[in-house]
Ligand binder design. Structure first.
Ligand code: FRU
Length: 487
């Protein structure tokens, strides 16, 4: 029987097809989200536009729904929607990555795509050793690993929690930011610099005034948007104001002036949570040829069991989102290419006064829906999604404090209940628009043109297709448009 450190090439083809079959028998398989053929998917890695294609890699453990020995899995696409499957890109086949090819990023140079990743190694005493490593991919898709890590270990004062290199081209050469933990058990980010992507000088810790007790900063990503410098990160152990009913870990970003490449000062203490839903972590961004900053996130969380585990698989990616900045805050909206999935559409203007409304035209499982509020004076407006006789997922808006809530207490099979079954976020302005993407076992909700988003998995026990709109304590006038999606 396999363990979490059994490698793919140690099992027979027959055993692998058994694993695939088990996954294929699963309810809740997604229809337009990236998901693993078997086993567990986590972070997006190495996102790039290279050689005429979008490339996405992800963290993969093939043999079951656990965080075992990790691989990079490779997909590519012309349009961010339809993906070609290239299977394993990087396997844990060297001493220095023998216990996992961990997360990282990519950058193009001289016609090659440089893939930076963390080599995770355990010694005989099970002590972790982390190094930052390189592989390059050429235009034929051939991937070659460097013989030795470029950065063999953490600098002084840093524990072996040292990983997730993100590389970009700055004003004075190439920079790498890596997530780390200090000997004092506090999270941090380290900066390295290089002129050729091969030899890296340690520059020091990022100097950021933001105060947090987070014990590890995973998956840092630095980029510039307009005149702003943005540090996206997945800080573990961050304490937030909304500390009740919150996720085990969260991802957020700091927004400030661009990084000072001389002093490493990144002057920001403006932390913004990136997603208010239940299942979102370790996002990564990249720049596409038209200059858009595009994000993919892992629609899942570490250390949580999911109902699909018993069918041998776990998790999926979010849909791609375009990032913009407005009023000093990041906005996230589905990329335009998602319109390629649209089929028939239905559009209606409804006026509801202390009443509920259903129309089978708005039913479905794989759909996109936009609800635009034209006018309202209701105390509460509610949309029940993916409803059957016993189950539904509710989006609820309270005008009094401009709060949007997502309730998954009766969405289907209950899981992660220790972390609460309700999430909420407060809007800057009144509710104007709710934009929803529903797939077999997920909902992604973008409110007021991406001011707030919620990503969540749901596991209805019976097919849930109905949609119900309810206004209470007043009336709501809204335009609802829904598209069935090609799957
Ligand atoms: C984040 C993370 C990364 C690490 C990878 C391992 O989810 O823990 O820090 O590189 O996953 O799969």
């Amino acid at each position: 029987m396999e363990t979490s450190y059994t490698k793919l090439d140690e099992i027979s083809e027959q055993r692998y097809s058994q694993l695939v079959k088990k996954v294929q028998s699963s309810p809740w398989r997604q229809c337009y989200h990236i998901q693993p053929v078997t086993g567990l998917l986590n972070d997006p890695n190495g996102l790039a536009w290279y050689n005429g294609f979008y490339h996405l890699f992800y963290q993969w453990f093939p043999l079951g729904p656990i965080h075992g020995i990790k691989y990079w899995y490779h997909l590519r696409s012309k349009d961010l929607i339809h993906w070609e499957d290239f299977g394993v890109a990087l396997a844990p086949d060297r001493d220095f990555d023998s216990h996992g090819v961990y997360s990282g990023s990519s950058i193009e140079k001289d016609g090659l795509l440089y893939l930076f990743y963390t080599g995770n190694q355990r010694d005989e005493d099970w002590i972790r050793h982390s190094s930052q490593c390189l592989a390059t991919m050429n235009k034929d898709g051939k991937i070659v690993k460097e013989a030795a890590p470029l950065i063999p270990g953490p600098p002084l004062g840093i524990t072996e929690h040292f990983r997730d290199p993100k590389v970009w081209k700055g004003r004075n050469g190439y920079f790498m930011i890596a997530g780390a933990q200090k000997q004092t058990q506090l999270g941090t980010a380290l900066i390295y610099q290089s002129s050729d992507l091969l030899r890296w000088d340690y520059r020091g810790e990022l100097d950021v005034p933001w105060k947090t007790k987070a014990f590890m900063w995973e998956c840092p990503d630095y980029f510039e948007l307009g005149d702003n410098g943005i540090l996206m990160l997945s800080p573990q152990g961050v304490e937030t104001e909304e500390s009740v009913n919150t996720n085990i870990y969260e991802s957020g970003c700091l927004i400030g002036k661009p990084l000072n490449e001389e002093t490493l000062v990144f002057d920001s203490d403006q932390y913004q949570r990136l997603d208010y839903g239940f299942d979102f972590y370790a996002p990564q961004t990249f720049l596409d040829p038209s200059g858009r900053r595009i994000l993919f996130g892992w629609m899942g969380l570490p250390e949580i069991q999911y109902p699909t585990d018993r069918y041998g698989w776990a998790h999926c990616m979010t849909i791609p989102r375009e990032l913009t900045i407005k009023g000093g805050r990041i906005r996230q909206n589905p990329v335009k290419e998602l319109e390629l999935l649209r089929k028939e559409s239905i559009c209606e203007t409804i006026v509801l006064e202390d009443a509920g409304y259903k129309d089978p035209g708005f039913y479905g499982r794989q759909y996109e829906m936009k609800v635009q509020i034209l006018n309202q004076n209701a105390g509460m407006f509610e949309i029940n999604l993916r409803q059957n006789k016993q189950e539904q997922t509710t989006i609820r808006y309270f005008s009094k404090d401009r709060t949007v809530c997502i309730d998954r207490s009766i969405s289907g099979e209950v899981f992660a209940e220790d972390y609460g079954l309700l999430r909420k976020a407060r809007l800057e302005r009144e509710l104007e628009e709710i934009h929803i993407f529903s797939d077999e076992s997920s909902l992604e909700v973008f409110v007021n043109q991406g001011e707030v988003c919620f990503s969540l998995r749901i596991f209805p026990r019976e097919t849930g297709v109905e949609t119900e709109f309810i206004a209470k304590e007043g009336w709501v006038k809204a335009v609802i448009q829904k598209w069935d999606l090609k799957v």
